[in-house]
Design a protein around this ligand. Sequence first.
Ligand SMILES: Cc1ncc(COP(=O)(O)O)c(C=O)c1O
Length: 399
Amino acid sequence: MKPLSKAASEVRASTTLAIDSLAKKLKSEGADIIGFGAGEPDFQTPDNIRAAGIKAIEKGLTKYTPAAGTESLRKAVCKRLKEDCGLEYDPSEIVVASGAKHNVFVSLVALTNPGDEIILPSPYWVTYYEAVKMAGGVPVIVDADEKAGFKITARQLEDAVSDKTKALILNNPSNPTGMLYSRKELEAIAEVCKKHDLYVISDEIYYKLVYDGKEFVSFASLSEDARERTIVINGVSKTYAMTGWRIGYTASNKQLAKIMGNYLSHSTSAPSTISQYAAEEALLGDQSSVEEMRKVFEKRRNHIVARVNAIDGVSCIVPDGAFYIMMNVEKLVGKTIAGTYIKDGDDFAMALLEKGGVAVVPCSGFGAPNYVRWTYAASMEDIDEGMNRLEKFIKGIEK
Ligand SMILES: Cc1ncc(COP(=O)(O)O)c(C=O)c1O
């Protein structure tokens, strides 16, 4: 048979989903596993939002909508962006898709010509790397190590720019690091983007999950110039515990919005109509559950960070937002634990799953081979049990 698409064959499976499905398989075989892999809130979607979905079905709102989403949902997005981020957009500049992940992909398709370079600060969300390649672009990695708070500087960005650079993907707050850029840092980055005429895909999906009273700044709100060159990515998945409803959106200039809407109209068409009505309620209805969930996440973050840093051999810095910690396992590299020789974070994660009964995500796919990611979208009891198991597992180091 003739060979399949080279580009499609090169796409790697998501490491996040891979470890999650292995954990589920072991669990179904009777193993006692606690999962810290999946990137989704452990809360239920708030009642008012679920009721809006049910109401949409009862009212028979079950037909196609415009490809870029209903006018009323796009208006609701504009209202939320204005109130929360100080952004002014017209509904014609909003494109709703089947999850923010799809918005990321469609944004890249809209921007990328074959061979265009897209700059990715590392550690990066694994999907960016694959999506850049799927769109015909070339990912260019800029390392942001732990000492730099996992953040790149404007200087590093400038050094990575070539005459082929088309865009920067910024994830703020970040998955997997949880770090947040300050206004000053963003302004310096925006200057470089202006100077070299770069687009910015600013993924702000964790914007409501920020701790210690820190300020979240939307990249597009920095200046008129930043607004013109930015595609803001956001959605309801993380903020409203709606991962399964599959609603994300972009805010961008009109020309980009039109291209993305056209592309969607020939690929997925609009997302589920029922989910769109539920998302509208999420954006317009009572927002108190958002703050309640944020507070719970902040408590859990404080707890998990303290527990990790009390264990010899591993450490993590304090993340500003999202619901992940990056645990550094560098000191365990070259050791043998419970019969497994650890040569990197991947080996560590696999051994911790198989011998320690804890599922975490190895960060090689995120560009950080000596780290594993824990989500603290888990109950305090599970976090404690996970930490107890980690402690016991590490005590199994063979001398
Ligand atoms: C940084 C980032 N962007 C986007 C998404 C995707 O969100 P959605 O569920 O809306 O596709 C995720 C989900 O893990 C994420 O971590």
